[in-house]
Design a protein around this ligand. Structure first.
Ligand code: ADE
Length: 230
């Protein structure tokens, strides 16, 4: 089994790269794909860059060139809702692209037009393993629910309320739902695990810088527990 592990930013993959026993490195589409053994499992770790296009390109390369059996995306996200705070974990069970809008044709916001599904469901088994991995890691709360993605850093309380009302989202970020769409198109199991770096409000950019180390530490802990259980 080969597991593809995607992080968007250097900060999100650094601890992984500090721990991987490297077999091979390849650069494609300006992304470095590092294959090897991480916490006992065969993996390919890659920093895809920020946003949905980078994430989609990266996911398809993992599938085509590395024949990965499943994909785990780890990283940080903005928390939605008062009970979700920096450091907490959100395991996605489904994802939607909040910036997809063909409502002029009568589609629901977030619906990819002419696609047979509205949201992209994470693999049940991977979600269960991720939930278990959260239980065996202390010091933060964990939630399971929908994550929404778009090519926007959300820093606006009205936008958060909208994401909550429209999509019942627990967290927002910029890659997960596009990884999810590519995995869906290729019938590949995946899960998205995010740790909260900010509350997506007007202070989000300040909190983001402050909390990113602890958020990355927490999502990496969950990934380690997961890989050991897989
Ligand atoms: N990633 C971390 N925080 C975020 C936010 N507020 N909006 C979008 N992506 C994020």
């Amino acid at each position: 089994m080969v597991i593809g592990i995607i992080g968007a930013m250097d900060e999100e993959v650094k601890i992984l790269l500090d721990n991987i026993i490297i077999d091979n490195k390849m650069i494609k589409a300006k992304m470095e794909f590092i294959s090897g053994t991480l916490w006992g499992k065969n993996v390919v770790v890659v920093r895809c860059g920020i946003g949905k296009v980078n994430a989609a390109v990266c996911t398809q390369i993992l599938i085509d060139d590395y024949k990965v059996d499943n994909i785990i995306n780890v990283g940080v996200a903005g928390g939605i809702g008062i009970e979700i705070n920096p450091g907490d974990i959100v395991v996605a069970d489904s994802l939607v692209q909040h910036d997809m809008d063909t409502s002029a044709f009568g589609d629901k916001l977030g619906q990819i037009p002419r696609l047979e599904v509205f949201d992209f469901k994470c693999d049940n088994k991977l979600v269960r393993i991720a939930k278990e991995a959260c239980k065996s890691s202390s010091g933060h709360k964990s939630f399971v629910g929908r994550i929404v993605s778009g090519d926007q850093f959300i820093a606006d309380v009205n936008k958060i309320k909208w994401l909550q009302g429209e999509f019942r989202a627990l967290a927002c970020e910029m890659e997960g739902a596009s990884i999810a769409q590519v995995a869906y198109l290729n019938s590949l199991p995946f899960v998205i695990i995010r740790s909260i770096s900010d509350n997506a409000n007007s202070g989000a950019h300040i909190d983001f810088e402050k909390f990113i180390p602890i958020a990355v530490e927490n999502s990496t802990k969950i990934l380690k527990n997961m890989l050991e259980a897989m």
